[in-house]
Design a protein around this ligand. Sequence first.
Ligand SMILES: Nc1ncnc2c1ncn2[C@@H]1O[C@H](COP(=O)(O)OP(=O)(O)OP(=O)(O)O)[C@@H](O)[C@H]1O
Length: 252
Amino acid sequence: MSTILSVKELCKTYIIKKYSNNVLRNVSFELEEGDFITVMGPSGSGKSTLLYTVSGMDSMTSGKVEFNGRDIGSMNRKDLAKLRLNEMGFIFQQMYMMKKLCVFDNIVLPAYQAGTDHKEANKRAEGLMRSLDIIDISEHSINEVSGGQLQRACLCRALINSPKLLFADEPTGALNSKAAADVMNQLVNANRSGASIMMVSHSIKVAAMSDKVIYLMDGDIQGELELGKLLDDGELVSRERRLSSWLMEQGW
Ligand SMILES: Nc1ncnc2c1ncn2[C@@H]1O[C@H](COP(=O)(O)OP(=O)(O)OP(=O)(O)O)[C@@H](O)[C@H]1O
């Protein structure tokens, strides 16, 4: 098993009107290939900022982040964009969909950009949309769909290039329980097919499906809980209980 993401002493400071906000303070952790981790913690503890900085979407103030042995802090914008297109997938709270394209075209576009044969890309997009129950909205403009449908479309788009590492910020946030279960099943399937996942979630039910939970407090990792791979849905209740009592110890 090799390390896909190595984060060492990562710091991120936002400066607004001369006031410094040290959002991430010396965060260090490693993600092994095939890992599925969830970052939890109080609102404002820096969870989304952590996802944005380790994925190269936002710059770091200091520290080192390596993706598959490549130092992302020293990569130029073009190489970073290529890395994100080909090897990473994103489901973020601000969903950057192209307003002029229909849902299907938004989903398939990254595959075309990566040079995948169009017929193959279309087939893959259709399969993903069926599994997330949004095939009926293929031709809709992104202004004509619900928040939950849009979130599922984002997941399809994130998976279209079979990313090595998937970043997901509250992927079930806007969803009802059936849609949330569809999304989580798809994430677990993607992980079983080899994608590593780094997710942020406030939900115990959702986080209990991951292998490991990191608790972020005031921009630093306060604790880690190893849950192991989810092998059977029957284990979920006991995993949720374990996670819930650990979170209470963390002061959640
Ligand atoms: N682009 C930005 N510019 C300035 N400050 C920011 C920016 N993004 C986040 N922050 C600040 O960083 C801190 C952490 O925000 P972040 O969104 O990472 O927290 P979070 O743990 O994900 O919170 P939540 O659970 O509420 O989503 C907050 O104080 C926030 O105001």
